[in-house]
Design a protein around this ligand. Structure first.
Ligand SMILES: [Zn+2]
Length: 235
């Protein structure tokens, strides 16, 4: 039997939890990679990586809220000043997720024309992959979350790529998680962090899939569900 003060304390804790006080849901910072000035890779049809990153980052933030987590966007206007400024903008976040889209080395590209303009492509590589850093202050949770996201994506039918295994060692090959210790946003983050490459923009068919809003939403939902599982332990 609880004493009366214990019962009051338990009831107060429950009220705090329901009000989002002591039991506030984890906050995930969703970073859109690159900037207006340096917009990253260029797709097979000439669209910048920044535009793809912003589209998916917004979808992921919506999906995180839909599963009961909190979300905040980093670099929503594409004008953040530096790589260091990204994690510095969200010291209170419980997880840092940087959204990117992959490209292909220039030596592998072929020329073609799209809508009257010369562009480059290769259809050799397609699929998502992830990166984590041992220099992050919580490498274990970073890996756990990357694995959870990778498992959700593959169960939902998304196919990973081993394209980046040529340069970056696997942390978990089954779930397409690589080590990349010197990625600034990962080691400067105060919280566990991962960088997500959603797919390869130079692949002509995958580019179209990556532009499909319904598919972006499906991918975002799997990312959100994976992060919820690793950050709340199924609570
Ligand atoms: Zn990028």
């Amino acid at each position: 039997m609880r004493t009366r003060p214990e019962r009051i304390a338990a009831a107060a804790a429950l009220v705090l939890t329901l009000a989002g006080g002591a039991g506030a849901a984890p906050l995930v910072a969703v970073d859109a990679g690159h900037t207006v000035e340096a917009p990253g890779a260029i797709s097979a049809r000439g669209r910048s990586e920044l535009e793809f990153n912003l589209d998916l980052a917004r979808k992921v933030a919506e999906a995180l809220r839909a599963v009961g987590l909190r979300a905040t966007l980093v670099n929503a206007d594409g004008r953040i000043g530096s790589l260091e400024a990204r994690p510095a903008a969200v010291p209170e976040a419980d997880f840092f997720l940087s959204i990117h889209h992959d490209s292909t080395h220039a030596s592998e590209l072929q020329s073609w024309e799209w809508m009257g303009t010369p562009q480059t492509f290769t259809d050799r590589w397609a699929g998502h992959s992830m990166f984590v850093s041992t220099r992050n202050p919580d490498f274990a949770t970073s890996v756990l979350c990357a694995r959870a996201v990778g498992a959700r994506l593959q169960r939902a039918g998304f196919t990973p790529t081993d394209k980046n295994a040529r340069r970056r060692a696997w942390v978990d090959a089954e779930h397409a998680v690589h080590g990349f210790d010197d990625l600034v946003v990962l080691y400067r983050a105060r919280q566990p962090a991962m960088l997500f490459e959603a797919g390869v923009l130079k692949h002509r068919d995958e580019e179209l899939l990556l532009r499909d809003e319904a598919r972006q939403a499906r991918m975002a939902a799997e990312i959100a569900t994976g992060l919820k599982a690793c950050l709340t332990g199924g609570r």
